[in-house]
Every structure is written in C-alpha cells, then in structure tokens.
Design a protein around this ligand. Structure first.
Ligand SMILES: Cc1cc2nc3c(=O)[nH]c(=O)nc-3n(C[C@H](O)[C@H](O)[C@H](O)COP(=O)(O)OP(=O)(O)OC[C@H]3O[C@@H](n4cnc5c(N)ncnc54)[C@H](O)[C@@H]3O)c2cc1C
Length: 467
C-alpha cells in the first residue's frame, strides 16, 4: 500500500506513534524486525508450555501515569494490582512494605515517617501535573501545577530529586529501613547511587506506587502491544512483523518515525557530520542479566508479607545496594548484586502458574553468568527458593540484544540515565525527536523522557510529524 508514514519498531513508543498518526488520518505502515510486536512489551513461553512470561516489562506504573497512554481506552487490556506495589526484605528485621497509600507506607517507616511524607509523599501529592512535567520535560507547563499546594509539593520534590540517593538517604532518612527502600527505588536508574538525580528517579517511582499503583497487564504485557496493534489496524493502518529495516532508503513515505537506538540510526542514514558526531557521543548504560523461572508454588519468603508485593527489591541496606551499583558503574560484577524481582502471580493468576523474573545490573556487554549471585540473593530472604524451581531461562546482554537491537549491550534503559543525558537525549535540542533529515523522527527510549512503558517518545514524535 502507498503510505504517508512508516514507523520502524513496535515498542510502546513506536506503537503510540503509529496510533497517533493513524488517528490523525495518516495511512501508516508499522514495520517490526522481530516475529512478534511489542519490543519491551513482548510475552512468551520462556520456560514451560502454557506459562506466560514477560520478556521485558511487567510493571505498568508508567503506562497508567503516562499522558500518552492513560486516556487511551484499549480493548482487551485489564490492569491487575498486587496487594502491595513493592517490598524490600532485610536480613534481621521485617521487610519494608510500600503500600498504595503513602501514609500507611510512612507509618511503617517509624522514625522516617516524616521523611517519606516529605519526599515520595510530596511527589505523589503533586500528582499528574508533576508526572506530566517529568514525562513531558519539553512540553507545555502543566496547568495543574499553578495550584499553590501542587507547586509547593513539586518544589519540595525538585529539591530532593536533584541529590544523589546516598546523600538524600543520609540527610533525610535515619533508619536502615528508610534508607534501604529509597536505595532500592533509586537503583532502578542503573546508575551509581552517588550520582546526581538518582534520588529523583527513586522518588518518582515511589510516587507512582502511591498515585496509580504498580499493576501488571492481566494475561501478560503482550496484550497491551496487541491492543495497540489492533487499534492501529482498526484505524486502517498496516502492521508487519519479521521486517528489519537496515537503511532509510528502503522506505518510501513522507514521514518516518524510528523506534530505534541512536547507534542503529547512525548505520541507517547518511547524516550531516555535526549531528552524526553528537549522536555518536551518546552513551549506553550498564546491561542486565535476567532470569525467568517457572516455580511449583510461590517464593517462600521468610517475611510472609513480601508474598503480596508485585515487585521486590533485594540487596539489603542502602550501603550494600550503593556498593553493588558502584561496582557495576566501575565495570565490575558485584558478588552480592542488587536484584530487582517481579512476581506477576501476586496480581495475576491467569499466566498458567507461578512465573517469576529477576535481573541484576552488569557492565555493558558482559558475558558473565550471574545465575548464582542472583539466586543466592533470593535464597538470602527466601530459604528453600531453589527447591521450588521447575525450569529457568537466562538472558544476558547478548541474548537481550539479539531479541531486540535497541538493548545495546543489554542496556534496558535506552542509554545512560545520567544528568548529562537527561538533558541530551540523544542530543541537546528543544525538540530532540526531530532529526536533521526532513520528515524523519526518533522516538525510542533514547529520546525524552527515557525508558519505561509510557509511549511519550512516540507521542512527541507523532505530534511534531503532524505539525
Ligand atoms: C527485562 C526488562 C524489564 C523491564 N521492565 C520494565 C517494567 O517493568 N516497567 C517499565 O515501565 N519498563 C520496563 N522495561 C523498560 C521498557 O520495556 C522499555 O523502556 C520500553 O519498552 C522502551 O520502548 P521503546 O518503544 O523505546 O522500544 P522497545 O520496547 O525496545 O522496542 C523497540 C522495537 O523496535 C524493533 N526494532 C528495532 N530496530 C528495528 C529495525 N531496524 N527494524 C524493525 N524493527 C526494529 C525491536 O525489535 C523492538 O521490537 C523493561 C525492559 C526490559 C528489557
């Protein structure tokens, strides 16, 4: 078919771009290299027949908070909330529990109750206007932030967010529990926790737990991708799998939206030298080593309250987690890594059984098998875990990148999340989705606002293309 727009790549950003362009009446063709749509939204039977595993994202906090996705009514997408968004087990004391309710979470932190209310609680109180500001950093100033109470809460968040997580932990929190839970949240950034703005990543994530919860898509994340593809087709668009685009010259359309990494874009197109040099300076972050398991029952957590959490942060105290992330940032493998674990069955019993995944951070491109250290961290808080394992599936950086070329060296964040690259993503520009090539836009997680299932990069690229 002759089309107005081609979208390359069907991650959440590519899918949102395709739908937005089709909603505006454009004839859209979506091309996906893999055999299935979705990128980070894919689900597959990774271990045993009949068991649904999310290959990438499971926790849909960003989707629910996102200005690009929260108002889309998609058929077949149902969000299921676990009893608790997150838990953080500790060795010799009860786990820290992150509830939907900020006040209840604060109450569980004892002497750090006020600190939680003043940081994560403040960000949650600032609500969607603050989320919109952070997810659409170059968009219009959200009207809701004109309210003095929201503005004050956002300002309080901003002051704390700029700090390294270890600094905020030491300055604002006094308990082992308060510091640990902050570090567990901040370590999602894949950064050394002594780096600026790591508090911001952690507090914003914690705030979404209070604001919208950390749900999963019932039946697997693939359903969200499939619903977006169905919407595109309803609007007259075409979507094709198994088609990898290698050169822009292959495409014939007025508008091209690329859900690809800057590195791929460099290979695909002849770019003006100045832009090419700036793009070539874009840096990737650490990789991850991910394990998926089929279990014969739930994880036997020593603290039974952890069973209700969709996400579990393992690694102990703030000091231990900071050390593990500093090791990774320095190019080493931590023997006791910070482990991010997701137990979808806490929210969704429809995935055929007890499926579980966890990853730890590793140097970019690492070839080290981290199965032992990851499982040791789970055993530390859930003795007898290994006896529950029916089957396991491992993906290091090479396997992740083979499944999705955007995961360069296993970097699931689409690029280092440093302060510098928060501002230059992938280059410094008031409209970084625009490229010097007429009608060609970038929309992947290597553009603002960065990683996560929010689709905002795609939304912004489509908005610019439609101008
Ligand atoms: C293991 C893991 C766990 C995660 N967990 C979460 C989570 O719980 N919650 C959350 O919000 N986020 C999570 N993320 C991050 C989230 O999945 C990503 O940030 C998000 O998917 C990025 O979306 P995207 O559209 O930029 O690209 P992607 O989702 O990476 O998709 C890009 C797509 O483009 C295709 N493509 C690339 N190049 C070409 C080409 N040349 N031709 C054709 N097709 C091409 C790829 O095959 C891929 O399908 C996780 C990621 C991983 C890997």
């Amino acid at each position: 078919m002759s089309v107005d727009a081609v979208v390359v790549g069907s991650g959440p950003n590519g899918l949102v771009a395709a739908v937005k362009l089709a909603e505006a009446g454009r004839r859209v063709l979506l091309l996906e290299a893999a055999d299935a749509f979705g990128g980070g939204l894919r689900s597959a039977e990774l271990t045993l027949p009949g068991l649904v595993h999310d290959v990438g994202a499971t926790v849909m906090a960003m989707a629910l908070a996102s200005p690009a996705l929260r108002d889309l009514k998609l058929k077949g997408v149902e969000y299921a909330h676990p009893p608790l968004p997150a838990a953080h087990p500790l060795d010799d004391r009860p786990a820290v529990l992150v509830h939907r309710d900020a006040g209840r979470t604060a109450a569980g932190l004892g002497r750090d109750a006020a600190a939680w209310r003043a940081t994560a609680g403040a960000a949650a109180r600032a609500g969607f206007p603050l989320v919109d500001l952070l997810l659409r950093p170059l968009g219009p100033w959200p009207a809701g932030l004109a309210r003095p109470s929201a503005l004050a809460a956002a300002a309080r968040f901003g002051a704390a967010a700029a700090l390294p997580a270890t600094t905020l932990g030491r300055l604002a929190f006094r308990t082992v529990e308060g510091r640990a839970v902050l570090a567990g949240m901040a370590a999602h950034s894949l950064l050394d926790l002594r780096a600026p703005i790591t508090s911001g990543y952690g507090l914003m994530l914690a705030a979404t737990a209070h604001l919208v919860g950390w749900p999963v898509v019932r039946g697997g994340s693939q359903r969200l991708a499939d619903a977006l593809v169905a919407r595109l087709r309803e609007l007259g668009g075409e979507a094709v799998t198994g088609h990898r685009v290698r050169r822009l010259a292959e495409l014939d359309a007025e508008t091209v939206v690329l859900d690809v990494s800057p590195r791929q874009f460099l290979k695909m197109a002849d770019l003006p030298p100045a832009y090419r040099d700036r793009l070539a300076r874009f840096r990737h972050g650490p990789g991850v080593f991910k394990l998926d398991w089929a279990l014969d029952g739930p994880v036997p957590w020593r603290d039974p309250a952890v069973a209700g959490a969709g996400t579990v942060h393992l690694g102990g105290t703030m000091e231990e987690i900071a050390l593990s992330e500093a090791e990774t940032a320095a190019g080493r493998h931590s023997p006791r890594p910070y482990v991010l674990l997701v137990q979808p069955y806490a929210a969704d019993p429809t995935r055929g059984g007890h499926t579980l995944w966890a990853y730890c951070h590793v140097p970019n491109g690492s070839t080290v098998d981290m199965t032992g250290p990851i499982e040791a961290q789970i055993e530390r808080y859930a003795p007898g875990f290994r006896e529950r394992v029916l089957a396991r599936h491992a993906m290091g950086p090479a396997e992740l990148e083979a499944a999705n070329p955007n995961l360069v060296g296993g970097d699931i964040g689409g690029g280092l999340a440093s302060l510098g690259q928060f501002l230059k993503r992938p280059v410094w520009s008031p409209a970084p989705w625009r490229t010097p090539l007429r009608g060609v836009f970038l929309c992947s997680a290597s553009t603002p606002p960065g990683p996560g299932v929010h689709g905002v990069g795609g939304w912004q690229a489509a908005r610019l293309a439609l101008r």
